[in-house]
Ligand binder design. Structure first.
Ligand code: PFF
Length: 474
């Protein structure tokens, strides 16, 4: 059976570096900067970090390679790529439903992700205003108690018109790149913003090293407390690994479809996973020294970025400037991720309905703006609306939290589980082997991971993680 790639390649990345930067741009985002540090600190420090790194290497990396491989072989939007691999392997084309689920998840994530992106825009605005009014120190958060800083955040998220407009603004910035195509827009945003992101991240971390409390940070982030590694915490770690690596939502299948035949996917997957995990770890080392130096207790969740940090910035020299640099950096990371999130359903609309790219991207944007409006209002006017409140897992959650939990704890791990089964057991072995770019021992190890470890570990973690959550035991 001929296993050559079907059809001619369509538009694609202009170089291997462009693909790597775009994929790292997709991976590095709010997940690394907001969620990882908050979860690591709250869930057992070193034990969580070690478990997380184990998840990335043993589960995330094999799935990342599987996803890019399916995309590169299929050279089409994610469901079509899955179908092509399945058909070439003599299996049912119905396997494309795995990617369809992924495309839907990407759309759901896009809808709430851009709401958070909008909040970042608001904070950038505050710090810019500070620089012009009060200079590099002082400003909106200066000389305020923690409660007052919390009130600024509370006022923003409960201001419906404001959050809706900010959400739309972030979606508009995103579509401005997606509508221009792969090499004309999507790749450009990554090629310019990712290097700028790294410079800002390293600059602020070095600043924190000298000005902040590194010793306290290390003990907070890395002290080993295995007793906190419960089922739900393990599921949270796996979910975080997938969210962070952009897996289980067909995003990497979509980006893989634009990769040329000359790229070694095994090597590039390693580079992407290493960069993403390093940024998550460095983010912790960047954020907590500033928080501890200001004598603040680290909050969990979104409060860490939107309440604790803004307060901490005003306690340190040149706080407004550092604060602005920090939120610009977060904005860059969020944008390169939202571009990937929008591209995944956009590519599907283009392939499925043969619409032009600008029209497809506009349809996705309008739909995300509608769902995003419900998310944006869920922290204010619609805070009493709990769409899945009858299920203990989603009890008391507004639309934003429901979508976050549903994708992070259910659709992403399930999508990744099905992808590993597809590549490990369904797809033709020769086809897979000719695409993965791995040699010798690594190849055998990878096959063991996708065939056995990923399916078994993911099923086990879904069971121990989801059942207590479903039963409301958390
Ligand atoms: N990986 C991104 C983050 O950590 O913020 C989120 C994300 C982007 C998830 C793109 C999925 C995706 F396709």
């Amino acid at each position: 059976m001929a296993l050559s790639q079907p059809g001619p390649s369509r538009e694609g990345w202009s170089s291997r570096t462009a693909f790597i930067l775009a994929a790292i741009g997709s991976a590095v985002g709010l997940g690394n900067l907001v969620r990882f540090p908050a979860e690591a600190g709250a869930n057992g420090g070193g034990a969580f970090v070690l478990f997380y790194i184990g998840c990335v290497i043993l589960i995330g990396l094999p799935v990342l390679l599987s996803e890019t491989l399916i995309g590169r072989y299929g050279q089409a939007a994610a469901p079509e790529s899955f179908r092509r691999v399945a058909e070439k392997s003599g299996k049912s084309p119905a396997w494309e439903f795995v990617a369809s689920l992924g495309v839907l998840s990407a759309f759901l994530v896009l809808s709430f992700y851009c709401v958070l992106g909008g909040w970042v825009l608001y904070y950038i605005g505050i710090f810019v205003q500070d620089l012009f009014t009060t200079g590099v120190t002082g400003g909106a958060f200066a000389d305020r108690s923690v409660t007052e800083v919390e009130a600024i955040f509370g006022a923003m998220i409960s201001d419906g018109p404001m959050t809706v407009i900010l959400n739309i603004a972030f979606l508009v910035i995103t579509i401005a790149f997606v509508a221009r195509g792969v090499s004309g827009g999507i790749e450009k945003v990554a090629v310019y913003l990712m290097p700028a992101f790294f410079v800002l991240l390293l600059g602020i971390t070095i600043y924190g090293m000298f000005r902040g409390s590194m010793a306290e940070t290390i003990s907070y982030l890395f002290t080993f407390d295995a007793s906190k590694l419960t089922g739900p915490v393990m599921l949270a770690a796996v979910g975080q690994a997938f969210f962070s690596l952009s897996l289980g939502v067909a995003g990497m299948v979509t980006y893989g479809a634009y990769v040329g035949r000359n790229v070694n996917l095994g090597v590039t997957s390693g580079v992407i996973a290493t960069a993403d995990t390093s940024v998550a770890l460095i983010a912790g080392l960047c954020i907590f020294p500033i928080v501890f130096a200001a004598g603040l207790a680290p909050e969990g969740g979104l409060g860490l970025m939107f309440q604790t940090l803004p307060h901490a910035f005003q306690e340190i020299p040149a706080g407004s400037l550092i604060g602005l640099a920090f939120f610009v950096m977060v904005g860059f990371a969020a944008l390169t991720s939202s571009v990937a999130l929008m591209e995944t359903p956009t590519a599907w609309v283009i392939d499925r309905f043969r619409f032009t790219r600008p029209i497809a991207a506009t349809m996705v944007t309008l739909s995300a703006a509608i769902l995003g409006t419900l998310c944006a209002l869920s922290t204010g006017a619609l805070s009493g609306f709990h769409p899945l409140g009858f299920l203990p897992m989603f009890e008391g959650m507004g639309m934003l939290d429901v979508l976050d939990t549903f994708t992070g704890k259910i659709t992403m791990p399930v999508g990744a589980l099905l992808t590993s089964i597809f590549i490990g057991w369904v797809a033709n072995k020769r086809l897979v082997d000719s695409e993965n770019g791995l040699g010798g021992g690594l190849h055998v190890f990878w096959r063991f991971l996708v065939c056995w470890l990923c399916p078994i570990a993911l099923t086990a973690i879904l069971i121990v993680g989801i059942f207590p959550s479903i039963l409301g035991e958390s």
